[in-house]
Design a protein around this ligand. Structure first.
Ligand code: TMP
Ligand code: ASP
Length: 239
């Protein structure tokens, strides 16, 4: 399968049309951005690491019964994916308070939440991805009815159930993550975009060290080394 035209360029990926109108090619870029692209950088090989990590995690989720857009991985940094209409809601799932949750509500950084929290953010860079409630989703016509919002919450929790346990067995604490969903030509809701250290927070269970994009956001350094470590643990044996 070959790339035809560039359809869309985001901060971390490019999407190309293919000869099959129902499928696109996603190219994972080496670019890193944070704070709505106020901070920009690049790490050679980051795209390939995220492509590999996301491929492994999407395969694991498919095995658990969750439908995803991934058709197959083509090479180091390209995936063939089903064409979907992306739902413009970023579904954020949190096990432990940190990041914007701690900042906005003053919850102690690192506090384990009494239950898994699912939040919706509007996928709109111009508005800086604000947090939204169900009524906003309906008013903005992001989904056709409220039942879809419940489905998104359930799917977000499904991803969390599978990945939290998977990473626990690999000495990584899944703190929080963001996922996106799309609707395919049959009206099916598919997990889309990617799941990688760009879109998740992982804390090492022994040291508490961040092994994710917070290393870039907070100028901790060794970003690529951390992503490589996440991949190594994914591919390694479980405890
Ligand atoms: P937050 O604490 O900054 O709201 O981030 C929550 C989770 O969502 C964290 O794992 C990082 C991820 N995330 C993205 O993938 N994209 C984004 O644009 C933002 C703001 C967060
Ligand atoms: N993804 C957002 C950006 O690229 C924010 C973040 O992940 O921190 O700016």
């Amino acid at each position: 399968m070959e790339k035809k035209e560039l359809l869309y360029e985001g901060k971390a990926k490019k999407l190309y049309t293919t000869t099959n109108e129902d499928e696109l090619i996603a190219e994972f870029k080496d670019d890193l951005t944070a704070f709505n692209a106020e901070k920009k950088g690049s790490e050679q090989g980051k795209g390939a690491l995220n492509c590999k990590i996301s491929t492994e995690l999407f395969a694991l989720l498919e095995e658990s019964g969750l439908k995803t857009h991934l058709v197959k991985t083509l090479d180091d940094n390209h995936q063939l994916v089903k064409k979907v209409d992306i739902i413009l809601i970023e579904v954020v799932v949190r096990n432990t308070a940190t990041g914007s949750l701690s900042k906005r509500l003053g919850i102690e950084d690192g506090k384990v939440l009494p239950f898994t929290l699912v939040e919706f953010y509007l996928k709109d860079d111009d508005l800086n991805d604000p947090i939204i409630i169900d009524d906003h989703c309906i008013i903005l016509e992001l989904v056709k009815d409220r039942a879809i919002l419940d489905i998104l919450r359930q799917k977000g929790l499904h991803v969390n159930r599978i990945l939290k346990e998977f990473f626990e067995k690999r000495d990584l604490n899944l703190i929080d993550f963001k996922v996106e969903f799309g609707i395919d030509k049959n009206g099916e809701i598919l997990l889309s975009d990617e799941i990688s250290p760009d879109s998740c927070r992982f804390w090492d269970m022994q040291s508490g060290e961040s092994l994710d994009k917070d290393r870039f956001r907070q100028n901790i350094g060794n970003v690529k080394v951390a992503y490589e470590e996440v991949l190594k643990r994914i591919l390694g044996d479980a405890k």
